[in-house]
Design a protein around this ligand. Structure first.
Ligand code: B12
Ligand code: SF4
Length: 470
């Protein structure tokens, strides 16, 4: 029997990791009776480039998923290797960076043949059929590509597909157990929606998905998750949706599905503060009963003026109301705060830190990460900063080094940075649940209350007695 044409999909090397849902989604859209799909995840495999090269025989397409930031150079290197060994294989880049920059990767890197914009399932299916049948790329919406004469073309975008109509993600495309092992827990990543209706000025979602949203039904989630639960025996379900709680009825029905099907897992998802505020106490109780263990609620700022400028469409009181409901129903929460926005006043900056401290004080089970604003491409604020002269990276190499994780915002001075770092350190210490650190916990709370961070003995102790503070 003739071997099936092979499709190799590659997840490059970002810092931390989740299951490669993007590759699993596009791989699942292909008819596997016709095609073999191999996923190589550089975050999991010891020698991922070699694994790709070993799989090239019989391959017709190599695809990589690209986020802005580190990982771009890794993807570029393996794409060049693929092209050098097998020039006839089509190389495709997709993912958020290629949705934001359809043409730049093609213009700069000859080894990339095609970039994909937006949701990839249907586009990739059409693309693979066109590659296999050699029928040309002109009619495929949502792609940009280089013709054999070297010219680069961009096709019209694809309108958002209703994900209820897409096939379920096939988890057998990856070795799920390997991910459990690397995560150190039996946690399954899952996605139930695409896009978002909102318009936050620091986020690329409104730009990429034009404020549209599509989700799968609670019934379908229940059915799929039950099958996966029986197969993989996970105890933690991690939703990767941008705004999981968009439709209240869907969420409540999903909680009922989990309870009705006796799926005994903890689960975590993103929730906007207005959505949390709208849910009743009874609904929160049901969610807690179904296993909701943590919500991620973007707070971003401590003043209403700043929240309005960020177009969060959320009131500070809604954050407090959501926090209160989480407390009542013993649901953990993450409330990220961002400082270092362009033009942020000293007062707004200080108020954000104070609000972070206030929220952290409410519960040791509330995690309040403090981020420094970074001009991610595709957001209103970034576009504004660029208009005012801020220079974004231009080459793939510069984008690869555009390090978001933990780095300081270009709009933070040294004093603000020191203050924010102190708040981060003492906030964490003030929430410790380790008995041995209780005296330090009390002092940390006092320090935060007074915003007094001189003579940082605790930091020195942390450095010298790593074990005590670990
Ligand atoms: C999981 C996740 C991560 C994971 C990594 C995921 C991975 N694949 O490596 C981790 C935790 C490491 C991570 C890190 C970061 N992330 Co992140 N992350 C997500 C999250 C929550 C889910 C991604 C996901 O799995 N989606 C489900 C799949 C099915 O959808 P998808 O990825 O969009 O893929 C579809 C299409 O894009 C396309 N597609 C994707 N790849 C490919 C490849 C081919 C060949 C084709 C044809 C199509 C295609 O088809 C897919 C199916 O429709 C998204 C938000 C979201 N819901 O999308 C943010 C998101 C992607 N992350 C974002 C950001 C800002 C970051 C960080 C910069 C955050 C930070 N503060 O540090 C870092 C930087 C990572 C880096 N470069 O090192 C931004 C966008 C960033 C950008 N411009 O690339 C998002 C959109 C969140 C947001 N709204 O701001 N992230
Ligand atoms: S930050 Fe969240 S709520 Fe705001 S636009 Fe982005 S995805 Fe939507």
């Amino acid at each position: 029997m003739k071997p099936k044409p092979k499709i190799i999909l590659y997840n490059p090397l970002p810092v931390s990791f989740t299951m490669p849902l993007a590759l699993m989604a596009i791989g699942s859209s292909l008819d596997r009776k016709l095609y073999d799909v191999v996923i190589v995840d550089a975050r999991i495999e010891k020698n991922p480039h070699q694994m790709v090269l070993e799989n090239l025989e019989g391959a017709i397409c190599f695809g990589a998923t690209i986020l802005t930031g580190s990982g771009i150079n890794d993807a570029r290197e393996i794409t060049q290797k693929v092209k050098a060994v097998a020039p006839r294989i089509f190389t495709v880049w997709g993912g958020w960076h290629c949705s934001l920059f359809p043409l730049d990767p093609l213009e700069e890197e000859n080894s990339i043949d095609i970039t994909v914009q937006g949701q990839g399932e249907i586009i990739f299916k059409e693309l693979i059929e066109a590659i296999n049948l050699k029928s040309g790329l002109t009619g495929i919406k949502g792609i940009s590509w280089r013709e054999s004469d070297g010219k680069i073309y961009k096709n019209p975008p694809r309108i958002m597909d209703d994900i209820e109509k897409l096939p379920p993600i096939d988890y057998s495309l990856i070795d799920v157990k390997k991910y459990f092992k690397r995560k150190g827990k039996r946690q399954l990543d899952y996605i139930s929606s695409v896009g978002c209706f909102y318009r936050c000025a620091f986020c690329a979602d409104p730009h990429v998905f034009k404020r549209k949203f599509t989700s799968i039904s609670a019934r379908r989630m229940g059915e799929e998750i039950e099958v996966l639960y029986k197969k993989y025996n996970f105890d933690d379900l991690n939703f990767q949706d941008e705004t999981f709680f968009t439709y209240r009825d869907r969420v409540i029905d999903f909680a009922k599905e989990l309870i009705g099907r006796r799926i005994n897992v903890n689960w975590a998802a993103t929730m906007r503060a207005d959505q949390g505020d709208r849910l009743t106490d009874n609904e929160f109780a049901l969610l807690a009963k179904s296993g909701l263990r943590r919500v991620l609620v973007g707070v971003e700022s401590g003043t209403q003026e700043m929240m309005d400028w960020l177009k969060k469409d959320i009131k500070i009181e809604q954050v407090l109301a959501t926090a209160q409901k989480c407390l009542t129903h013993k649901i953990g929460a993450q409330f990220p705060v961002i400082v270092g926005f362009p033009g942020e006043t000293k007062e707004a900056f200080t108020k954000s830190l104070e609000f972070a401290i206030y929220l952290g004080n409410l519960s040791d089970f509330f995690d309040i990460p403090i981020f420094y604003f970074k001009p991610y491409p595709g957001s209103d604020i970034t576009n504004m900063a660029v208009e005012q002269g801020f220079k974004l990276p231009e080459t793939l190499d510069e984008w690869d080094k555009f390090d978001y994780m933990g780095s300081v915002s270009p709009w933070m001075d040294d004093d603000r940075f020191r203050l924010a770092e102190n708040v981060k350190f003492y906030l964490r210490l003030s929430q410790t649940r380790r008995r041995v650190l209780l005296p330090f916990k009390k002092v940390a709370k006092l320090r935060l209350q007074k915003m007094w961070f001189s003579l940082p003995l605790e930091k020195w102790l942390k450095k010298t007695t790593k074990k005590l503070f670990s």
